[in-house]
Design a protein around this ligand. Structure first.
Ligand code: G3P
Ligand code: MG
Length: 369
């Protein structure tokens, strides 16, 4: 029986599966990459399974798919592509944490509410309630009065169970202040400070940690990982104020002093209860693989005599898309339309380096013929 099943599986004809990064592969900011249109149309026409796997977020999976297909002008032809966002795995924590701070664009709290979290606030909700909490915020610059994005109104003594960073903050100054506040607070209670260096912080979930990403601008831009660096620097300084001076500018600083500062910083940071998701973490690829299998079944049915063989990740960021897919055992196609450019020091050798996504698809299909 087992042998028969093994035989029938191994005799199946294999077709490739594709996992596409979005920014720098399909689009550059608001600008579509024309090669993506041809690549996706080709795969769709030939019933080759594919999904999107992006480190961007702040909106729902279906909304992201629709946003990209609209940008590419092909939503009539391809109504939806299964999409895994950096924060897709957070849904699993909706019972564990009751009150959470959502960090990202205004309205990102709606995503966590949709994921089933009970109480979700964003920085703007707190700015409306606690005067002066983030003095240089952008919310109060707006003409219209601020309205809570999901109906939650903060009360006095609000206590958070976790921080969930969904996407790049738009109002860095406010988010830096409020996220740092909660990481040095007494067990998540807003307006309190706990300077005990031995105590763990409340959990913080980073949906990803890309340091840079590619827009339509000529150079890569700072991404969420850059924000993470800043938050941690600030938290370590708040907990150990004499770390504030840049070591190089300290008078008569010895190597020992510098080393001691680093050790203090390390000790403080080791107490941050963080979880990092997104590429290059394996969790992202396992979610994408499940979606790819679902797409295969939708295209070919349960009892097909075909099956997915080689999987190709098409990405522009060697430190996220490529290294993660490589570790996960997939083929990797590094494109030149995003973060990567000639001279970049590669952490692993990709299966291929190509001009764009269309070339990646063509070469990969040739490879498995
Ligand atoms: O890190 C920024 C984010 O927008 C990158 O998205 O699609 O390149 O994973 P993506
Ligand atoms: Mg990218």
């Amino acid at each position: 029986m087992l042998f028969k099943r093994f035989l029938s599986t191994s005799l199946k004809k294999k077709i490739p599966g594709f996992v596409f990064d979005i920014d720098g592969v399909l689009v550059q900011g608001s600008r579509p990459i024309p090669a993506a249109v041809n690549a996706l149309k080709f795969l769709n026409k030939n019933k080759i399974p594919f999904v999107f796997l992006t480190n961007s977020g702040g909106l729902l999976e279906k909304e992201k798919s629709s946003q990209i297909l609209t940008k590419l002008g092909i939503q009539n032809e391809i109504p939806e592509v299964k999409t895994v966002l950096s924060h897709t795995p957070l849904r699993a924590f909706n019972k564990q944490y009751k009150t959470v701070l959502s960090v990202g664009p205004i309205g990102s709290s709606r995503v966590l509410k949709e994921y089933g979290f009970e109480r979700v606030f964003e920085a703007s909700d707190l700015i409306g309630k606690y005067k002066g909490i983030a003095p240089f915020n952008m919310v109060s610059q707006r003409k219209e009065p601020y309205v809570s994005q999901n109906g939650e109104i903060p009360e006095e003594g609000l206590k958070f169970d976790a921080i969930m960073v969904l996407s790049d903050p738009r109002d860095w100054s406010s988010d830096l202040q409020i996220v740092s506040d909660l990481l040095v607070s007494d067990n998540g209670k807003l307006g309190t400070v706990n300077l005990d260096k031995e105590e763990k912080t409340i959990p913080i979930f980073w949906s990803q940690r890309d340091f840079q990403w590619k827009t339509e601008y000529s150079l890569p831009r700072f991404a969420l990982g850059a924000f993470r660096e800043l938050v941690y620097k600030l938290v370590s300084i708040v907990k150990q104020p004499d770390l504030v001076t840049l070591p190089d500018f300290k008078e008569n600083n010895s190597k020992e002093d510098l080393l001691e500062d680093k050790l203090h910083e390390f000790k403080i940071l080791s107490k941050i209860d963080e979880t990092v998701l997104g590429k290059p973490e394996a969790v992202s690829y396992s979610f994408a693989k499940k979606e790819l299998e679902k797409d295969f079944v939708e295209k070919h049915g349960q009892d097909s005599d075909l099956e997915i063989g080689e999987i190709f990740m098409v990405g522009d960021n060697p430190l996220s898309d490529i290294i993660g897919a490589h570790r996960y055992g997939w083929n990797t196609c590094l494109v030149k339309t995003g973060v990567y450019s000639e001279g970049y020091k590669l952490p692993v050798t990709p299966t291929m380096i190509v001009e764009n996504v269309e070339e990646a698809v063509n070469k990969s299909c040739e490879l498995v013929k």
